[in-house]
Design a protein around this ligand. Structure first.
Ligand code: PEP
Ligand code: MG
Length: 545
């Protein structure tokens, strides 16, 4: 038995044969016997055909994985129309007398290398896309196709990298899981895998000898077992059967309240990153959205999203939630979430740097554009606004003043808006220590335990070397949570948790005993959490070990 490790994109187990997929190595000759104009005409014809293919893929993805995930094919279409890209191809044709295939492939490689070196995570993720579009054009020009990715037998697909267009074309009924050497957990391919609910591992070193061998992809333990020993195989088959059983059982909990055996009710909301996630929120029966990370709208844009663009997105989410609460966190950009057009300087300590509310209070027009968009959406349902990274009462007052200015501006414009509840993220030790004062300013607190643990423990949450030290069960973190809940309640604020710790089932009872009012978690954690809550009896003394 051989074991290889990687990074899991989705918890789950896949068992079956491995199928190693190799892209066709297209031989593109450099020198052309045609004139540059003739080669350009060939390139243009292939580009037109590629655009048609992409439009078809967009429609297919729209049906299968929703508008937000389909958007990648619109991005590909835009990339194929990009002036810089086209000029680079033309430059190679004109100056090198090259074939259209060579020019397209070389441009794809050059742009990909340039994107890969960028600081901005969004742009880095485009490195694969630009190669993907160039590969498509080259395939059309040469008439070559890649080897089929799948055959009739269901398999775990193994590839160097899978582009979004390849991923969406996969026949899900024949796809047990996938493993790639490259890719990042934020790539569109990873997002598609999660949306399709397929166990996947990235960053796995493999070789051709894997092809056809039996494997167990263990997403829980970030590894793949090749030629597993019979004992392990049997245990994994049992675990997989259990997973399926659990999933099916959880469906019975839909429409049931999140209430403990002794009658304490608690809200369980969902965290989302974009409007496309709302389907999952409904599917998993969340009572509301407890954290809409609005910065993803900015990360997915080429430039500052306008008030109207943002309004359209927020309105769609709010309308779909049909009166259920939608808590929109205002822009939390900076640190690991960078968008090039903000022009932010490189910083020594980005997690402690110019980010979130600090940007919003100094670049007020960006902030006010967002606040007006959120206020407008509030006319269509139940909206709350939440400010991130707060460390002082002054910041909350300043943010609320800007909110009032925005209301006045909308009134002046004759634009409708509803009543919005205002809250803050409690994710800095300063906010915890000032919880009594801050609670006088707002209607709710949402504990951002990801950052609160980072700042309390002085441990960079991005640094994999510190994983073993990053202990969110640390008593200091738990005491901060308790303090925040108690302070909030003293002043009439409701208190929730929207950091990852909210989904930690080993702490659900502790949080309930502390008096937490709401837990906001990823959509797939909602029903498992409901199950735990419904099994608790808080009237009994807590079990001590
Ligand atoms: C947090 O810090 O816990 C949080 C929910 O926000 P983010 O993970 O987006 O920083
Ligand atoms: Mg945070």
């Amino acid at each position: 038995m051989q074991v290889a490790t990687g990074k899991s994109i989705l918890n789950g187990i896949a068992i079956g044969p491995l199928r190693v997929y190799k892209k066709a190595a297209v031989q593109t000759s450099q020198a052309s016997s045609l004139t540059p104009e003739e080669e350009w005409a060939r390139f243009e014809a292939a580009r037109e055909k590629a655009q048609e293919q992409l439009a078809g893929l967009y429609e297919k993805a729209l049906d299968e994985v929703g508008e937000d995930n389909a958007a990648i094919f619109e991005i590909h279409q835009m990339m194929l129309d990009d002036d810089d890209y086209l000029e680079a191809v033309k430059g190679i044709l004109d100056t090198q007398g090259a074939t259209a295939e060579y020019a397209a492939e070389t441009t794809g490689e050059n742009f990909s290398a340039a994107f890969a070196a960028m600081d901005d995570e969004y742009m880095r993720a485009r490195a694969t896309d630009v190669k993907d579009i160039s590969h498509r054009v080259v395939n059309i020009l040469t008439g070559a196709g890649d080897a089929a990715m799948q055959d009739d037998q269901p398999a775990i697909l193994v590839a160097d990298d899978l582009t979004p267009s390849e991923t969406v074309q996969l026949d899900k009924s024949k796809l047990l899981g996938f493993i790639t050497r490259h890719g990042s957990s934020n790539s569109h391919t990873a997002i598609l895998a999660r949306t399709m609910n397929i166990p996947a591992l990235i960053g796995v070193d493999f070789d051709d000898s894997w092809n056809g061998r039996t494997a167990v992809l263990d997403g829980y333990n970030h590894c793949v077992y090749i030629d597993p020993a019979q004992e392990l195989l049997t245990a994994m088959e049992e675990k997989r059967r259990n997973d399926l059983k659990q999933e099916a059982l959880l469906q019975n909990l839909k429409k049931k309240p999140n209430v403990t055996l002794d009658g304490k009710e608690i809200k369980v909301y969902a965290n989302i990153g974009n409007a496309g996630d709302v389907g999952l929120v409904l599917q998993n029966d969340a009572q509301g959205i407890g954290l809409f990370r609005s910065e993803f709208i900015y990360l997915e844009s080429e430039d500052f999203p306008s008030e109207d663009q943002q309004f359209a997105i927020y309105k769609r989410v709010v309308e779909t939630m049909a009166g259920k609460k939608v808590i929109i966190r205002t822009l939390d950009i900076g640190a690991d979430k960078q968008a090039a057009y903000f022009g932010l300087d490189k910083e020594e300590n980005p997690a402690l740097g110019y980010r979130a509310i600090r940007i919003c209070l100094t670049r007020k027009e960006i902030f006010k554009t967002q606040l007006r968009a959120i206020l407008r959406a509030s006319a269509f349902g139940t909206v709350s606004i939440m400010f991130p990274m707060i460390i002082s009462v002054r910041e909350v007052r300043d943010a609320k003043d800007l909110l009032e200015e925005c209301k006045a501006e909308l009134k002046e414009r004759g634009v409708a808006f509803g009543t919005v509840e205002v809250g803050i993220m409690v994710e800095t030790p300063a906010a915890v220590m000032l919880a009594d004062e801050l609670a006088e300013e707002v209607e709710f607190f949402s504990l951002g335990t990801n950052d609160l643990s980072q700042y309390t423990l002085a441990i960079d949450r991005q640094n994999p070397k510190l994983d073993n030290f990053y202990d969110s069960h640390h008593p200091a973190v738990l005491r901060m949570i308790r303090h925040t809940i108690e302070a909030g309640h003293r002043h009439g604020c409701w208190v929730g948790i929207c950091g990852e710790l909210g989904a930690d089932q080993t702490l659900t009872e502790t949080f309930l005993r502390m008096g937490i009012d709401e837990l906001s978690v990823s959509p797939s954690s909602i029903l498992p959490l409901r199950k735990i809550i419904r099994g608790l009896d808080l009237s009994k003394p807590p079990e001590t070990v």
